[in-house]
Design a protein around this ligand. Structure first.
Ligand SMILES: Cc1cc2nc3c(=O)[nH]c(=O)nc-3n(C[C@H](O)[C@H](O)[C@H](O)COP(=O)(O)O)c2cc1C
Length: 353
């Protein structure tokens, strides 16, 4: 078994979720990877799983009430915070995420999270409505913006018996993600630009031509490269995905904007991974509507009105962006779509060799 976490102390916070019992499995999986795990329960967490279970599993004392022994806790939370290679909150309730976002320190795990400068890794578990509530999403965003890592919850049957997103990620996946986050980066210093997602070519202010690209592959690569310490810029068309941790994120809509942002950032020392699925044709709408409509739409919403017999517009070729990067540019990572920056058959790779 690989011992990627050998010699690393992980503070594991288990909060008051119905998934708290899986916290024990998270502890075991982290220990399987060689970590020394110090578990702590919130008072609500203790309603779901006992300190005895965690103490027996980890071989370490388990803090629940930080005021149990005031002469010790002060030392304990500061010293654990200093020694921790990472602070992992799994499962994390909506309440825990809110407290971490606001810096509220009324439980041991939150004081450690404030006192440490080690990476903080959060694995949420809650009902879908709690997860997607704007308050929770704002807290997640605030934490992400501060560099906190999230291990996305899964879709499946929830405590309420409803099916939706909000199930705690699998304990082995949480342990693997912690190991990946703490792995020494082999791409330190590399500049990686990744393009992802679809582009949208406006026809008029309310309509556009696009495609079904999800952006998932580009986002996953961006996150993986960032974890390996690359300096990553992700240039993305509109997607429903959360922004990956640790990347500069540039949001674009059209192929032209994508093109401009790439050229603005691209230097000869960059790696470029082109995974966006920009619209294959840039729309040049030659409005064949008669001048009466044209006149009216200029004064109104700008939307091209319906007309009998359909609408005609010409489709021009997509801008040849690849040709604008010099032939000998160090593009070693490549796209998977036709007509993009680089040949379809080229492989995706990271490296500096
Ligand atoms: C049976 C039960 C299950 C719960 N499960 C969750 C959950 O999965 N996720 C969540 O965010 N809150 C859940 N809660 C609510 C939290 O326990 C509550 O917000 C608590 O204050 C969280 O405290 P903590 O974040 O300090 O651990 C549950 C409550 C009960 C009674």
């Amino acid at each position: 078994m690989s011992e990627q976490l050998r010699g690393k102390l992980i503070v594991l916070g288990i909060t008051g979720s119905i998934a708290a019992y899986k916290g024990a499995e998270v502890a075991r999986r982290l220990m399987d990877l060689g970590a020394e795990v110090h578990a702590t329960l919130t008072r609500a967490g203790e309603r779901f799983i006992t300190p005895l279970t965690l103490r027996t599993l980890t071989g370490q004392s388990v803090t629940v009430d930080m005021f149990d022994d005031p002469s010790e806790w002060q030392v304990e939370h500061v010293s654990l915070a200093k020694r921790a290679a990472a602070v992992v909150v799994a499962p994390a309730t909506a309440d825990a995420i809110a407290k971490l976002a606001l810096g509220i320190a009324d439980e041991f795990i939150y004081t450690v999270a404030l006192a440490t400068r080690a990476p903080i890794i959060i694995a949420p578990a809650m009902e879908s409505n709690m997860l997607t509530h704007p308050a929770t999403q704002a807290n997640v965003k605030a934490l992400r913006d501060r560099g906190v890592h999230f291990i996305e919850p899964e879709e499946g049957r929830l405590a309420s018996a409803a099916v939706g997103v909000g199930r705690l990620a699998k304990p082995q996946d949480i342990a693997a993600a912690v190991a990946a986050i703490l792995a020494p980066g082999d791409l330190g210093g590399a500049r990686v630009i990744i393009t992802a997602g679809p582009t949208q070519e406006p026809i008029d202010p309310v309509r556009y031509i696009s495609n079904r690209s999800s952006g998932k592959m580009g986002y996953a690569l961006a996150e993986a490269a960032a974890r390996r310490s690359a300096n990553v810029t992700l240039i993305s068309g509109p997607t429903a995905l959360p922004r990956p941790d640790g990347c500069e994120f540039v949001s674009v809509q059209t192929a032209q904007q994508m093109h401009d942002e790439v050229l603005r950032r691209f230097t000869r020392t960059c790696e470029l991974v082109s995974l966006e699925f920009s619209s294959d044709f840039q729309e040049r709408i030659r409005n064949t509507l008669d001048r009466r409509y044209d006149h009216r739409h200029r004064r109104g919403s700008g939307r091209i009105p319906h007309q009998r017999g359909g609408m005609q517009y010409a489709i021009g070729p997509e801008q040849g962006r690849a040709t604008e990067l010099e032939d000998d540019t160090p593009v070693r990572a490549a796209g998977c779509r036709s007509g993009g920056y680089v040949p379809r058959e080229a492989c995706v790779c990271f490296g500096r060799g």
